[in-house]
Ligand binder design. Sequence first.
Ligand SMILES: *Cc1c(COP(=O)(O)O)cnc(C)c1O
Length: 395
Amino acid sequence: MKDNTRLVTGGRHRNDDPAQTEFVNPPLVRGSTVLHPTMAEMRSRVQRRNAGDDAEPVAYGTYGSPTHHALYEAMNQLECGAHSWAFPSGLAACSLAIIAYVHHGQHVLLPDSVYWPTRRFCVRWLAKHGVEATVYDPRLGAGIERLMRATTRVVYIESPGSHTFEMQDIPAIAAVAHRHGATVVVDNTWATPLYCKPLRLGADVVVHAITKYIGGHSDLLMGTVTTTAEAWPALRESIHALGQTTSADDCWLALRGLRSLAARLAVHRANAERLIAWFQARPEVERVLYPALPDDPGHALWQRDMSGASGLFGVLLRDGLPPHASDTIADRLQLFGRGASWGGVESLVLPSSLERSVTTLPGPGRMLRFAAGLEAADDLIADLEQAFAALQLPG
Ligand SMILES: *Cc1c(COP(=O)(O)O)cnc(C)c1O
């Protein structure tokens, strides 16, 4: 089955009960307590749950309702994984996907381009709990070998970075990590499961901020983690030790978002390409950061490992523009909202203020991130025209 079909059918028809198959969508089941027909059946369900069967038969609300498991089934299919779980935010999914595989005295590696709250979690929070984090250059590929320690248990990847758009060589990094017995966790939010399958590329664990393209409407905060069969028991233990659950309503919204993901992404990308062509013709722009561009440093990896691109990209303004040029542009834009996050139907702009420790950034005020929404590209371009006119370049 092709992915576009999986998006539409995933998690539906899980139930043979004819009463439940009359409606297109899986039922929205809210609940904590589950009733059992007999004590013997209750004990047997709890036993199966303790043996690792999280899904059927449902034993208690924290192990997920049929709505949750419909989403998990859809994510398993899309990511070619064995198990999935939903978390109350993308960041919670990132943190849990790390905590599950590392403990006091051990070490994690994370790319310099990583989503900054993930960086803060590793560098500050994990450090307080005796786990050391080393930041690496996202482009080093198999060169990660020299950073591996006997205690390295997690190699974290985010490809491409969501502000600077460096592609990472997932297969090369995973091969080294596995030789050292480390677990490879990939944040796949930019590409979505439609355009990249990290588990196929050698990763053990995939994280998504469902908040972005999968939720798709800026009305949902959620993360998911999908793992191989081997990586699941450790994650499962952490999930249940920390009581990680989400509401069934949110899972239902995530499923609803999945259904239209392919159609939305096609327009996000088409609009991104129109905007990028406009930026590339502007004298104020030094470079557009987007791995689908043939001259992007990550293009070869993108072409090898991904089957598409989403609508989020960076714009590097040339040196020597008035100070605060990026703020001036952002403030003048009217159709582009000024805000964090991305993946909703509306276009957004965000001047990037970043922290880096092993790679270098251009000077302040030169980088902007754009999320191309679903508006008419002509209107977006007209908005950019008037905003850039405010820079009043001589000549
Ligand atoms: C937004 C984002 C997250 C976190 O998602 P939230 O739901 O906002 O916590 C994680 N990773 C990436 C790449 C993101 O863009």
